[in-house]
Design a protein. Sequence first.
Length: 135
Amino acid sequence: MLCLSVFLTACSKPVAFTDYTVENLLKKNLSELTEPRLFETEKLEIIQKSEEGDAAEAEVYVTLVFPEDFDTVISMRKLQPFNMEYKQYKSSFGKFAAGERQRHHAKYQFVRRDGKWLISGSQAMSPPEIMPPQP
């Protein structure tokens, strides 16, 4: 009975807010944003993070790589300029080139529900740094 009690206590312990938690939540979130994928996540750099109870924040640099250019992506997805998805891509990433890298600086908000962390919001801290494709 003691073993079962220890096991249940260990299983119900809240997940800590660590760099690993932030990285995995962001990677999962970014990979699920578009299907087929619009970009690859090249690098995540956690600048700082803080936690207060069931709320947390992390300031992060996210480097994205775009395998296709903006016009090709729009054409493949059959999007029109009035389409909400088109507007979202253009406002978030601009008219990117194939092979372009973008380094986004953002603050992410997290909440803990049922012992697990979830992303609850994000805010751009500055315009992205654009790195043209390498020849």
